[in-house]
Design a protein around this ligand. Structure first.
Ligand SMILES: [Zn+2]
Length: 161
């Protein structure tokens, strides 16, 4: 009788703590208009991850139930979103996410000389003191967050716009 009770307790513990779900998804490449291959997919704070296949599909199995931040991206650039795993989750992600500095939207014509030939995109960045050291580290700016180029700089007029 005691053994049966222990087994019952054990199985109920495993049942309540060991529930596993899965995530399948599709990463859409905004620039190419098709699935994005070899994108890295990682659940923050876990070792669970994979890469999208040649068609942009991915699958994560054996994901313990819970809420995660899923990180989807390429080298030096990614996007995150919250995903709640309580069974099987399907998701579709467009990459890169929309950006207010998108070059396709943002005109690079200089407002002063009205030409584009000397316009270069600017990467904003920040130099910060690394924690506990005297070393300065460079942190990339908004460009890396949404994977697009921010504002323009006209080299002729030395004007930022
Ligand atoms: Zn100009």
């Amino acid at each position: 009788m005691r053994i049966v009770l222990i087994i019952f307790l054990l199985t109920s513990v495993i049942y309540s703590f060991g529930q596993l779900g899965s995530i399948t998804g599709f990463v859409f490449d905004r620039g190419q208009g098709k699935g994005l291959s070899s994108a890295n997919i990682v659940l923050d704070g876990t070792t669970i991850g994979c890469a999208s296949d040649s068609k942009g599909n991915f699958r994560l199995d054996s994901v313990p139930f819970g809420q995660y931040r899923i990180r989807i991206g390429m080298v030096a650039c990614d996007t995150t979103m919250t995903v709640n795993v309580n069974g099987h989750v399907k998701m579709e992600v467009t990459f890169p996410p929309p950006c207010k500095y998108d070059m396709a939207v943002n005109d690079n014509r200089c407002p002063r000389c009205h030409r584009r030939d000397k316009s270069i995109p600017i990467n904003y960045g920040l130099l910060v003191l690394a924690r506990g050291t005297k070393r300065r580290e460079y942190y990339d700016g908004g460009c890396d967050i949404s994977c697009c180029m921010p504002n323009w700089y006209c080299k002729r007029d030395k004007l930022k716009f």
